[in-house]
Design a protein around this ligand. Structure first.
Ligand code: ADP
Length: 604
């Protein structure tokens, strides 16, 4: 029976070990898989962010470029007083732009004559005047002889140079896009002046930027981004906080030809080798392309434009500023600090959840295993209980049976003999009923039906009662009980229940005495409490058993093997009773030296 039990235990142990190992494998797979998922997610988010940022910038720049290139007009406009071509362009732009209020003012700074024309929208013409307040500062910048940026970013305003191209240009050489070490600069004609296009900052902010933010960075796909637009000195353009870092950046107010869609002659331009800094309006020109070798061994395409008929070439500068640096930069940062942070924290969270689930499954498996183990042990104990109870019943029943048989058969006729048999039957009967009583008591306590009748009692009296009740056993075993009195300690107790519990401890000390014949019942009082100690020098209890001795049906293997009578219910009933009296029970024991049970009860 015990062997089968152990076999079952080892089977389920193997099962548990296999399950835990499988869970560990799953955990490793999960870890690796989540790593791959995070890598994929990081790439996806980065690619998506980069494309959204680029599209944001493209859309933004397109608005700016259309406002810029649309107003590239031939020089003669500024010399005649006919503004109809300008007005046509302006109407055309307003009709096409989604932000017709973007341009606040137009001013023409004539560098040759040192005069200023300001566009008057009421009369739809340019009239002499002074630069509007916001753009007044750009005048000194325009006067310098070198390259002037296409954008005055603080205003913001677009600065369009107007070239003096009355004279005939027979040839112009444009360097190819594979930059030779020394860039060949095209010979630019003189600048006549600048058209200053002042933009409305609030339209840029609340119109273009707000719309594009909504279009590309709304939170619909779950990713949450912070945006900031800064100037070349990294100062925020609008009153937004500066970001600590950025996951993606793009140039704004970038007027390079690459982004240029508005230019009408784009398709007629030679595809290769066109400089990135000059755009030609070359509708009537023939374009010859020749290749030449330079000293530095790099290929340069020479585009020679000749105009035999009429010298009319418009040259438009489209480069934003030296070094390709944009006036504004769009910085986009993930709201959790960076995409990397976001991915790391998401991964950590996912790992936490999946490891949590796996540990929960692991813990459940262990719990089920332990519960099954417990149930099995309990079932085993109950079987042991039934056999030990039957065993306990057998001896008194056999004695009663043979004594009564002797009486019935008239074997015992002498009055002395009859008395002895009667005594024997009485004693064995009492033993039997005590055993039945204990079992019923246990069943009652288990079902919660047991009722206690509390009254204030002298503790010493209760201990005396318990000793008296155990007297036949004590005398038979010739036991000595060393007794300390409790000094009139009063406890609130159920007389029968508490006396029964004490009696149980006394009889255990006698039963498991191992021939020592001595026990002590001590008593210690301390505020509001009293401790009653039942000490013996018996067989003692092994440390592994100590935890279990208060469990119903538990009996130490050694006492079962030594065939010491008992049913394993006594201590569980003692504990139940003591706890019903708001007390506690503890035990200290050493195998071969003895045991000490201490009951602590509140005093009245
Ligand atoms: P029973 O005595 O009927 O077996 P108990 O519940 O009273 O049941 O005790 C449970 C077990 O605790 C005993 O089987 C025994 O192994 C151990 N035990 C109890 N009291 C003592 C003691 N005084 N000395 C040694 N072992 C004890």
């Amino acid at each position: 029976m015990r062997l089968a039990h152990m076999k079952r235990v080892s089977h389920s142990l193997v099962f548990v070990v296999v399950m835990i190992a499988l869970l560990a494998v799953l955990a490793v797979l999960q870890y690796v898989w989540l790593g791959q998922v995070s890598d994929g997610e990081r790439e996806r988010l980065k690619a998506r962010l980069e494309s959204d940022t680029r599209r944001f910038a493209d859309d933004f720049n397109r608005e700016m470029q259309s406002a810029y290139f649309n107003f590239q007009l031939p020089i003669n406009i500024w010399e005649s007083n006919d503004w109809s071509e300008f007005n046509d362009r302006y109407d055309f732009w307003r009709g096409r732009s989604a932000y017709p209020n973007l341009i606040r003012s137009f001013s023409f700074v004539d560098l040759k004559r040192d005069s200023i024309l300001v566009y008057d929208s009421a009369s739809k013409s340019f009239v002499p005047g002074t630069l509007p307040e916001n753009v007044a500062g750009v005048r000194t910048m325009l006067k310098q002889s070198g390259e002037v940026p296409a954008v005055a970013s603080e205003v913001p305003a677009l600065l369009m140079p107007v070239y003096d191209v009355h004279e005939s240009i027979k040839k112009i050489i444009v360097r190819s896009s594979d930059s030779p070490p020394e860039p060949i600069k095209p010979q630019m004609p003189d600048r006549k002046g600048f058209l200053v296009i002042e933009l409305d900052k609030s339209v840029v902010k609340d119109g273009i930027v707000a719309d594009l933010t909504k279009k590309y960075f709304s939170e619909s796909d779950g990713a949450n981004y912070d945006l900031a637009i800064v100037d070349a000195q990294n100062r925020p353009v609008f009153d937004t906080p500066v970001l600590a870092g950025s996951d993606s950046t793009a140039k704004l107010l970038d007027l390079q030809m690459d982004n240029f869609v508005f230019y009408q002659n784009r398709d007629t331009l030679p595809r290769t080798g066109v400089t990135r800094s000059v755009v030609f309006s070359a509708t009537t020109q023939k374009i010859e392309t020749k290749s030449a070798k330079t000293n530095s061994n790099s290929n340069i395409d020479l585009h020679i434009l000749t105009d035999d008929i009429k010298p009319r070439i418009d040259i438009r500068e489209s480069k934003p500023r030296d070094g390709g640096e944009a006036a504004w930069v769009l910085n986009v940062q993930h709201s959790s600090g960076s995409i990397e942070n976001f991915i790391t924290s998401t991964r950590r969270r996912n790992l936490g959840v999946s490891f949590g689930i796996l540990s929960l499954i692991g813990a459940s498996i262990l719990f089920i295993f332990l519960s099954a183990q417990r149930a099995r042990t309990l079932a085993q104990r109950q079987v042991d209980f039934v056999s030990s109870v039957s065993h306990e019943f057998r001896t008194p029943l056999a004695v009663i049976y043979s004594a009564s048989e002797n009486l019935a058969d008239g074997v015992a006729r002498e009055p002395g003999q009859i008395t002895r048999y009667g005594e024997l039957i009485k004693n064995e009967g009492r033993k039997l009923s005590a055993m039945v009583e204990q079992i019923l008591e246990f069943a009652g306590a288990r079902s919660g039906k047991r009722r206690y009748d509390f009254e204030e009692l002298n503790l010493d009296d209760l201990i005396d009662d318990a000793i008296d009740e155990s007297r036949p056993l004590i005398d038979r075993e010739k036991f000595t009980i060393e007794r300390e009195r409790c000094g009139s300690a009063i406890v609130s107790a159920d007389r029968a229940a508490l006396t029964g519990a004490f009696q149980n401890l006394i009889s255990n000390s006698v039963k498991y005495s191992n021939g020592s014949k001595w026990m002590r019942i001590g008593c210690v009082r301390h505020d509001g409490k009293v401790s009653i100690e039942f000490e013996d020098e018996g067989i003692g209890i092994a440390p592994v058993d100590l935890k279990q001795i208060f469990e119903p049906f538990f009996r130490a293997r050694s006492v079962v093997d030594e065939q010491i009578h008992g049913n394993g219910l006594g201590l569980s009933l003692v504990k139940e009773t003591v706890e019903a009296h708001r007390g506690s029970i503890e035990v200290e024991s050493e195998v071969g030296k003895g045991s000490r049970f201490v009951i602590q009860l509140p005093t009245v």
